[in-house]
Design a protein around this ligand. Structure first.
Ligand code: LLP
Length: 406
């Protein structure tokens, strides 16, 4: 790939996604569940680019959304309403109402208060709403504490006891239809065992619900399948799917899986240009034109992303690759071996397809970069670089005379 040409055409920083890679990962995961009915619902939060959603929708992929705007993006991208789930610990009334009107597959419920609210809104709309309850199995997923979600100290889901009560309540309600059960214990999981363990706990709960005449049709195992950012050993897909299937012990359900990172992280690269090199008391810094505003993961979780120079690896020395933002925490890599670099040299920050663009911000009034996709050696622009006009378009001129009513 001619990265220099891409930098000249689209400017840097630039997100580059390999759609062939996304397709093969989708098919790999889908096929690993082939022994059962399954629905892969891509977690839109990982990267909500419309072209990427359209590409996945064309493959038959469903979508796990955490706001109604994500549902709208999925629908706009051509997703079928019956392949969309709405999750999230704090949905607003208008989001619940719109989700019901859109007749999506189900709403994942995260608390008793939310269950009652969904019932009330469904009653107003005279609708029997399909729901799933997110159960917190209290399992340690062994991942970064910020992305761990299945322990009792996390804000997500409800306890098994409360879930039972909620299912019984929903079953009796004329406006709720409990069709699913859901858990998600964390993200960037490198070991399948905690998911399989959680799966057994939730499958047991499902069995006890069956005895109460509550027939669950969708067994949603959440997302969380990790990727090798640093050559680490990751989840073995065969063991993962076999473990989930065997936990079900013959119970006949459609397995729903909500991968975000697994489908898109490795497909993405962030192309950036060196602005300067500098040394502070013997410490080498490479200052680039990408920053925490385009890839927050290193700053937020001390996450590792491989950084590759696009020039011969000679005269290597360790350096921190940092962005121009006025925060000491604005770094993309620490203690990385890189050759001597000059202004204008290009670097690739790898594995940035997930939680890069979707967590990007305008901090320091920076403009969000363009994105392109590569499919069968063809390149297409899938997101324009923001303009200064985009940056200020919602801001209203200060007139100096205040409205007295407020
Ligand atoms: N389902 C639920 C209910 C989730 O909360 C998440 C992610 C997923 C699916 C998708 O998880 P994945 O397959 O991508 O691991 N910003 C963090 C990750 C936060 C994940 C939040 N929930 C990061 O950059 O590592």
């Amino acid at each position: 790939m001619d990265y220099q040409n891409l930098a000249n055409t689209y400017e840097t920083p630039l997100y580059i996604y390999d759609f062939n890679d996304i397709k093969s990962r989708y098919l790999e995961l889908k096929n690993s569940f082939s022994a059962r009915k399954s629905l892969i619902c891509y977690a839109v939060k990982a990267n909500s680019n419309l072209s990427l959603l359209k590409f996945l929708a064309n493959l038959g992929c469903g979508f796990d959304c955490v706001s109604f705007n994500e549902v709208k993006k999925a629908l706009l991208a051509g997703a079928k309403n019956y392949n969309i789930i709405l999750s999230g610990v704090g949905k607003r009334d208008d989001e619940i109402e719109e989700a019901i009107k859109s007749n999506i597959l189900m709403i994942n419920v995260e608390s008793k208060a939310e269950l009652l609210q969904i019932e009330k809104i469904s009653q107003n709309l005279n609708n029997k709403t399909r729901i799933s309850i997110r159960v917190n199995p209290n399992i340690d997923p062994k991942t970064h504490p910020y992305i761990s979600t299945g322990l009792k100290e996390n804000k997500f889901g409800v306890s098994i006891e409360l879930a039972k009560w909620m299912y019984l309540y929903a079953k009796k309600s004329d406006f709720l239809d409990p069709v699913g059960i859901h858990f998600h214990i964390g993200s960037q999981l490198l070991d399948e065992q905690p998911i399989i363990e959680a799966s057994k706990i939730i499958a047991d709960l499902m069995k006890s619900l069956k005895a109460l005449d509550i027939d669950i049709k969708f067994f949603d195992v959440g997302g969380g399948i990790g990727v090798d950012y640093e050559d680490e050993k990751t989840i073995n897909l065969y063991n993962y799917t076999q473990g989930i299937l065997s936990s079900l012990n013959g119970q006949d359900v459609t397995i729903v899986c909500e991968p975000g990172r697994f489908l898109v992280a490795k497909s993405g690269k962030l192309l950036t240009k060196v602005l300067y090199e500098k040394e502070n008391l013997g410490k080498r810094f490479v200052i680039v034109d990408a920053a925490m505003s385009e890839l927050l993961r290193p700053s937020l979780y001390q996450a590792f992303h491989n950084i590759k120079a696009l020039k011969p690896y000679e005269n290597l020395s360790k350096c921190d690759v940092v962005g121009p933002i006025c925060e000491s925490g604005d770094f993309l890599g620490k203690d990385i071996n890189l050759p001597n670099l000059n202004s204008g040299d290009l670097l690739l920050i790898e594995d940035s397809g997930a939680y890069g663009f979707s967590m990007a911000s305008n901090y320091n009034s920076r403009l969000k970069p363009a994105a392109i996709c590569v499919l069968d050696d063809k390149i297409q622009l899938i997101c324009k670089k923001e303009s200064f006009e985009d940056l200020i378009k919602n801001e209203v001129e200060f007139l100096g005379n205040f409205d007295e009513k407020h």
